[in-house]
Design a protein around this ligand. Structure first.
Ligand code: NAP
Ligand code: ZN
Ligand code: ZN
Length: 348
C-alpha cells in the first residue's frame, strides 16, 4: 500500500477537507498515475451531498482525471512511464457480460465507479481530488499530445457524456441539435455537435451566456424562460440533449422535437420528472437517457478532440477553493468547468 493525499467529504453535506488514505501497489496489469488535474463535475456535488442516495463516506470525489504515468505493473503493455493518462467515471467492470463484450461497460451491472463505489475486494474507491490513482490499464485512457492536460480533464466525463448520445443518435451534417443548459456538460455538447457538423441551438434558462454560446459554436441561442420563443421553436429539432438537473417544463421541451425526434436526458435530477404522454404521442417522439460512454468510445472521443482541437473552457482552482467552487457550480456561476490544479495539495 502507499499513502495518498486528497480532499474528502467526511459525511453527507460536510465541507471537503484534507484527507489521507491508502492506494494499492500496482498489480501486474495496473498503471499508477500521478494526478495533475481533476475536473469538478456536478455529479461530484450530487454524490458528496447524497442527493442520489447510497453515498459512501468518507468520499474523495473526482472522475475527470488527467495525469502522468509514474509506475506500471509487469504485464502492462499499453502505457509506459511518463505517458499522459486519463481516468474517467469508472475503473473496472465484470468484463464478461454482454455490455462489457459490446464495449458499453458503463451499463454493466458490476461497473466499479471511480469513487463512491466498491472495487472487486469490497474496498471503497477514491477519486481524483487526490495526488495519485492506481487503475487497471484496460480502464485508462490515452490523452492527445497536442491538448493541454488541464483543459483535457473535463473530456473524461463531460466530453464523453455528450459525445456518446451525439454518436448514438447520429448527429451530423443536416441534423438540428439543441443543447439544454450551458454548463460543464452543455458547453462540451455545443463544441462536439458543432465539430460533428450539426446545426446547434442552445436552450438556456437565461440570455446571460448568449455571447459565450455563439463563440463556443452554437448557431442559435434562446432562453427557455421566454414563452413566445418556445412557441416559435415547436417541432424544430431532431435531437435535444438535456443536461439540466433543476426543475423545468419537460412537456414544453418535448414539443420542440420534430416528428420522430428524440430528447436524451443526461442531467440527473434528485427526484422524478413530470412528463405527459400527449407531447410524446402527438409526434411519435421519444425520450431516452444516456450515461457517459464505454472505454473504447471514450478513447474515440479523445482522439476526435485531439484531431479537432476540442477542449473544455476551464477555470483552474487550487484544491483549497473546492467548497467555494461547489457553491458557484450550484449557482451556475462557472465558465464552464472548474479544474483542480492538484499541485496545490503540496501547499497543505
Ligand atoms: P452544471 O455545470 O452545473 O450545468 C448545469 C446547467 O443547468 C447550468 O449551467 C445551467 O445552464 C442549467 N440550469 C438550468 N436551470 C438551472 C437553475 N435553475 N439553476 C442552475 N442551473 C440551471 O452541471 P454539469 O456538470 O454539466 O452536470 C449536469 C447534470 O448532468 C448533473 O445532474 C450531473 O449529475 C449530470 N451528469 C450526468 C452524466 C451522465 O452520464 N448522464 C454525466 C455527468 C453528469 P443555463 O444557465 O444555460 O441554463
Ligand atoms: Zn461527471
Ligand atoms: Zn460486465
Amino acid at each position: 500500500m502507499s499513502k495518498s493525499r486528497g480532499y474528502a467529504a467526511a459525511a453527507v453535506k460536510a465541507p471537503l477537507a484534507p484527507f489521507s488514505f491508502e492506494r494499492r501497489e500496482p498489480r501486474e496489469h495496473d498503471v499508477s498515475i500521478g494526478i495533475k488535474f481533476c475536473g469538478v463535475c456536478h455529479s461530484d456535488i450530487h454524490q458528496a451531498r447524497d442527493e442520489w442516495g447510497g453515498s459512501i463516506f468518507p468520499m474523495v470525489p473526482g472522475h475527470e482525471i488527467a495525469g502522468i504515468v509514474t509506475a506500471v505493473g509487469a504485464k502492462v503493455t499499453k502505457f509506459k512511464l511518463g505517458d499522459r493518462a486519463g481516468v474517467g467515471c469508472f475503473v473496472d467492470s465484470c468484463r464478461a457480460c454482454a455490455q462489457c463484450r459490446d464495449g458499453i461497460e458503463q451499463y454493466c451491472s458490476g461497473t466499479v465507479f471511480t469513487y463512491n463505489s466498491r472495487d472487486q475486494e469490497g474496498t471503497p474507491t477514491m477519486g481524483g481530488y487526490s495526488d495519485k490513482i492506481v487503475v487497471d490499464e484496460n480502464y485508462v485512457l490515452r490523452l492527445p499530445e497536442n491538448l493541454p492536460l488541464d483543459a483535457t480533464a473535463p473530456l473524461l466525463c463531460a466530453g464523453i457524456t455528450l459525445y456518446s448520445p451525439l454518436m448514438h443518435w447520429h448527429a451530423g451534417p443536416g441534423s438540428k441539435v439543441a443543447i439544454v443548459g450551458l454548463g460543464g456538460l452543455g458547453h462540451m455538447g455545443v463544441k462536439l455537435a458543432h465539430a460533428l457538423g450539426a446545426e446547434v441551438t442552445v436552450l438556456s434558462h437565461s440570455m446571460k451566456k448568449r455571447e459565450d454560446g455563439l463563440r463556443l459554436g452554437a448557431d442559435y441561442f434562446h432562453t427557455t424562460s421566454d414563452a413566445a420563443t418556445i412557441a416559435k421553436l415547436r417541432g424544430s429539432f431532431d435531437l435535444i440533449l438535456n443536461t439540466v438537473s433543476a426543475p423545468m417544463d419537460w412537456n414544453a421541451l418535448l414539443s420542440l422535437l420534430r416528428v420522430d425526434g428524440s430528447m436524451v436526458v443526461v442531467g440527473i435530477p434528485e427526484g422524478q420528472i413530470p412528463i405527459g404522454v400527449m407531447a410524446l404521442a402527438m409526434g411519435r417522439r421519444s425520450i431516452a437517457g444516456s450515461a457517459i460512454g464505454g472505454i473504447g468510445e471514450t478513447q474515440e472521443m479523445l482522439d476526435f478532440c485531439g484531431a479537432h482541437s476540442v477542449t473544455s473552457d476551464i477555470e483552474v482552482i487550487p484544491i483549497q477553493k473546492i467548497n467555494e467552487a461547489y457553491e458557484r457550480v450550484i449557482r451556475s456561476d462557472v465558465r464552464y468547468r472548474f479544474v483542480i490544479d492538484i499541485a496545490s495539495l503540496g501547499a497543505e
